[in-house]
Design a protein around this ligand. Structure first.
Ligand code: NAD
Length: 406
């Protein structure tokens, strides 16, 4: 099943639980932009990559979502991610629709100059369709604040003006927000703390993926007294049942490029990280990591989805039957887009907030959304993912109705 089919299955399941019938509009993206992204390699040869921007739904406001650079990017993946952005933005009640973009490229094989050129060339191709009041990109897997800066610069050159609200996740020096760099993880921390008041399962944590989302999560939880027993990256995982020294793991990752070079732990595979005896499992890498093949082997009591779509539709059904609590991606990782929204608001105002102000507002948004999901979970006797989809559907469909489309 491709990620988009996966996403639509989840939508249909939730619609059934709450007897929602008029959701056809949510099964189709509003606009798909497919472009050719050229790059002159350092050796002078010109090569081309597939680039996509999917603007899924704009009933609640301009579309918003990240841009991913990864060799496995394809249209179905970008459609699924754009759909999830629509759901996510509605769950945390941001005045946005949903979008996502991607270029099928391996940035690790590019020089700095080549990476800059690909970033600029992607914007050259999609610039008529993006802007502060149309569609606002942000970072995602293997893109970062520097790439956002190049993209903004290209957009401003083309449009001859200053448009800081065109893109978020920017460096602070050119209109970024304080707190944005770690907001995805911090938003998850706020939700997890709220969830543990409801479901007190214990404090052992395993994390798959050690990038922006996963490493910051490990650090926050470690500082708050959780025991991080395993982490992993694309090269493999490390496990110590007594807990890892996360400061040291971060240092090793920075110095050597991988967590596997940390010495005070047993080396394990990425699959083993998922199957460990732990209280909380946090997938923070890519989608479809827990599928019907390994769902039965998952022992965690809570799965908190920091990655987008890490649990397949079939695995979700198996785990829900088993009683595993899944805190869905569309809430758990929404801290990133929430602070992106704050960044955009600050850009439009030209007035900037303190780090405390940003984090306080983030806490309020995330805990409110979690408690709204709990109410729906009680009302419809459904899991938290269905609750999130029901809440989002109600909000988006109401906006579609007011606009006269349904
Ligand atoms: P990143 O590029 O900073 O890090 C990705 C990490 O995953 C790296 O440590 C990489 O080594 C690891 N990885 C890659 N393939 C792996 C595999 N097969 N097994 C284990 N680890 C693997 O990306 P990120 O920004 O941390 O994003 C991670 C996930 O979080 C993605 O699903 C992304 O969509 C989601 N997310 C990120 C943000 C954000 O603001 N960064 C916001 C919302 C959602």
């Amino acid at each position: 099943m491709n990620p988009f089919e996966n996403a639509i299955n989840l939508l249909e399941r939730a619609a059934k639980k709450a007897n929602i019938n008029n959701f056809e509009v949510l099964k189709h993206p509003k606009r798909i932009i497919n472009v050719r992204v050229p790059l002159r390699r350092d050796d002078g040869k010109v090569v081309f990559f597939e680039g996509y921007r999917v603007q899924y739904n704009d009933a609640r406001g301009p579309t918003k979502g990240g841009i991913r650079f990864h060799p496995k990017v394809d249209l179905n993946e970008v459609k699924a991610l754009a759909f999830w952005m629509t759901i996510k933005n509605a769950v945390v009640d941001l005045p946005y629709g949903g979008a996502k973009g991607g270029v099928a490229i391996n940035p690790k094989e590019l020089s700095e100059r080549e990476l800059e050129q690909v970033s600029r060339n992607f914007i050259k191709e999609i610039h008529p369709f993006v802007g502060p009041n149309k569609d606002i990109p942000a970072p995602d897997v293997y893109t970062n604040d520097q790439i956002m800066a190049w993209m903004l610069d290209e957009f401003e050159k083309i449009n001859a003006g200053s448009y800081p609200g065109m893109i978020t996740g920017k460096p602070l020096d050119i209109g970024g927000s304080k707190g944005r760099a770690y907001s995805t993880a911090l938003g998850g921390v706020f939700v997890l703390e709220e969830a543990l008041k409801e479901f007190n399962v214990g404090k052992r944590v395993a994390i798959q993926g050690f990038g922006n989302a996963g490493a910051n999560m490990a650090k926050f939880l470690h500082d708050k007294g959780f025991k991080i027993i395993a982490v992993s990256d694309s090269k493999g995982g490390i496990y110590n049942k007594n807990g890892l020294d996360i400061e040291k793991v971060i240092e090793i990752k920075q110095k050597t490029g991988s967590v596997v070079n940390y010495s005070d732990a047993k080396k394990i595979t990425n699959e083993e990280v998922l199957e460990l005896e732990t209280d909380i499992l946090i997938p923070a890498a890519l989608e479809n990591q827990i599928t019907k093949e390994n769902a039965d082997k998952i022992k965690a009591k809570i799965i908190a989805e920091l990655a987008n779509g890490p649990v397949s539709f079939e695995a979700d059904e198996i785990l829900s039957k088993k009683g595993t609590i899944i805190i869905p991606d569309v809430l758990f990782n929404a801290g990133g887009v929430t602070v992106s929204y704050f960044e955009w608001v600050q850009n439009l105002y030209g007035y900037y907030w303190s780090e405390d102000e940003v984090n306080q507002r983030l806490k309020e948004k995330m805990t409110t959304a979690f408690n709204e999901l709990l109410k729906i979970h009680d009302k419809y006797n459904c899991n938290l993912r269905d609750a999130a989809y029901i809440l989002a559907m109600q909000r988006v469909l109401e906006a579609e109705k007011k606009r006269g489309y349904i």
